[in-house]
Write a protein that binds this ligand. Structure first.
Ligand code: ADP
Length: 450
């Protein structure tokens, strides 16, 4: 196993990785920006290096500086966490060029999934079901109109280079098409430097169900069940759970097998997530593959009893998969709520300020808090406003929801506005308890939630 790794990230995920690495006897090198001098991940690490000013573009996104620190400190591998450089092909290549193990898939696999349209083409060839639509390279206006007509309405325009729900537009009819296309292309160009669009049939009441996969470098792959991430606001996940309520064992297996096939189609290695849209009739369609550890990985850990960061480290170290498919068992139900510094009364605008008071629920076998902050820390404008992930587990969904509701009641944060009250209303609402899940959940039940 590695003696020393560098964590190219901050916040809760940096702390999460350090925790497992330490348990395995691996020393950890942290990097930090000027805004993070006193951050929890810096305190937890064995060594820490300042890499630049607060702005991510001058610190956590500076691949060159991070590689330099890895070399100076003698780190053998780099864990990128999620966000920042985790899905950056050039960074993965730079690690390789410097004889540092990138704890993630090969650069070629990241590149293959980096474009939503190229990814769909690969999945089509691998026989993975796709949402009907157009994902071609020809982006001429006339052709896109013809393809839109063929696809039918409502349809979804999606940025080929997109992520985080940006550059997406639902189009109800041909009369709205030109304007929506222009707006989506503009947004996409600004956010990703690429205006290219794909067109998909817009499913009106789908669920977001994603499969956790792992592959080792012999090409073996397994799936660790699924997560339901249907509760979203503006296409961003709010509450995630595992397993997906009401999913039959056959569907779970069919999705799992398709996801492993998807990963193997791009010679995947390490942890990946294949996202599907799941329709009421039990059909499912490939959406995209995320080539990193996901924010919501803890719910999978809770129901499988596995440490996914440990799996990542072992596989990056060249070891085979820790378990075979038939050794992976599921137990109970887990939920995760993302606690954000934001103001639900003002359109969920990110909130900033000092965490003057912080009381987290007691952690035990049922309750887990993944966080990168401590009382007195500053929530700044520079980074993602997520304060913590509250994760609960119990024998069944109802009991897990009760745990979540109670833990949210115990969670106290003073000094910064948060979405805790909103999460509580959500978790405790009748439609959520009744498993009336689809990606429109929050919009549909606004009256209950605010
Ligand atoms: P991003 O990479 O920007 O997050 P995704 O392709 O992962 O975009 O889609 C984000 C969310 O948008 C999904 O979880 C789902 O709620 C919704 N979505 C995506 N594609 C469709 C579709 N064809 N029909 C309906 N909803 C969709």
């Amino acid at each position: 196993m590695f003696n020393k790794i560098l964590i190219a990230n901050r916040g809760e995920i940096a702390c999460r990785v350090i925790q497992t690495a330490h348990r395995l006897g691996i020393r950890c090198v942290a990097v930090y920006s000027e805004a993070d001098r006193h951050a929890r991940h810096v305190a937890m690490a064995d060594e820490a290096f300042l890499i630049g000013p607060a702005a991510s573009s001058e610190s956590y996104l500076r691949a060159d500086k991070i590689i330099e620190v890895a070399k100076t400190s003698g780190a053998q591998a780099i864990h990128p966490g999620y966000g920042f450089l985790s899905e950056n092909t050039d960074f993965a290549k730079a690690c390789e060029a410097n004889d540092i193990v990138f704890i993630g898939p090969p650069a070629s696999a990241i590149a293959a999934m980096g474009s939503k349209s190229a990814a769909k083409a690969i999945m089509q060839d691998a026989g993975v079901p796709l949402v009907p639509g157009y994902h071609g390279a020809d982006q001429s206006h006339d052709l896109l109109r013809v393809e839109a007509e063929k696809c039918g309405f409502p349809l979804l325009l999606k940025a080929v280079a997109g992520g985080g729900g940006k550059g997406m537009r639902v189009v109800e009819s041909m009369s709205e098409f030109d304007e929506a296309l222009a707006a989506a292309q503009r947004e996409s160009k600004n956010a990703f430097g690429n205006p290219d669009m794909l067109i998909e049939k817009y499913l009106t009441q789908p669920r977001h169900v994603e499969i956790q996969v792992f592959c080792d470098n012999t090409g073996d792959g397994v799936y660790l069940a699924e997560r339901d991430c249907s509760v979203q606001r503006r296409h961003q996940k709010v509450i995630e759970e595992a397993p997906a309520p009401g999913l039959s064992d056959e569907t779970r297996k069919a999705m799992g097998v398709a996801a492993v096939r998807a990963a193997q189609a791009i010679d995947y290695v390490g942890a990946g997530t294949v996202e599907f849209l799941y329709d009421v009739d039990g059909s499912f369609y490939f959406m995209e593959m995320n080539t990193r550890l996901q924010v919501e990985h803890p719910v999978t850990e809770m129901i499988t009893g596995q440490d996914l960061v440990e799996w990542q480290l072992r596989i990056a170290n060249g070891e085979p998969l820790p378990l075979q498919q038939d050794q992976i068992r599921l137990r109970g139900h887990a939920l995760e709520a993302r606690i954000y510094a934001e103001d639900p009364d003002h359109d969920f605008l990110p909130a900033t300020g000092t965490l003057r008071y912080l009381r987290t629920p007691e952690e035990n076998a049922h309750v887990r808090v993944d966080t990168g902050v401590v009382e007195g820390d500053e929530v700044s404008i520079h980074y993602d406003p997520m304060i913590a992930k509250l994760v609960v587990w119990d024998d069944n969904r109802e009991r897990a929801i009760n745990r979540m509701v109670q833990a949210l009641e115990e969670y106290r944060i003073g000094g910064v506005k948060t979405n805790i009250r909103f999460l509580h209303a959500l978790a405790d609402s009748a439609p959520f308890r009744n498993e009336e899940l689809d990606t429109g959940f929050i919009g549909k039940h606004e009256a209950l939630l605010f």
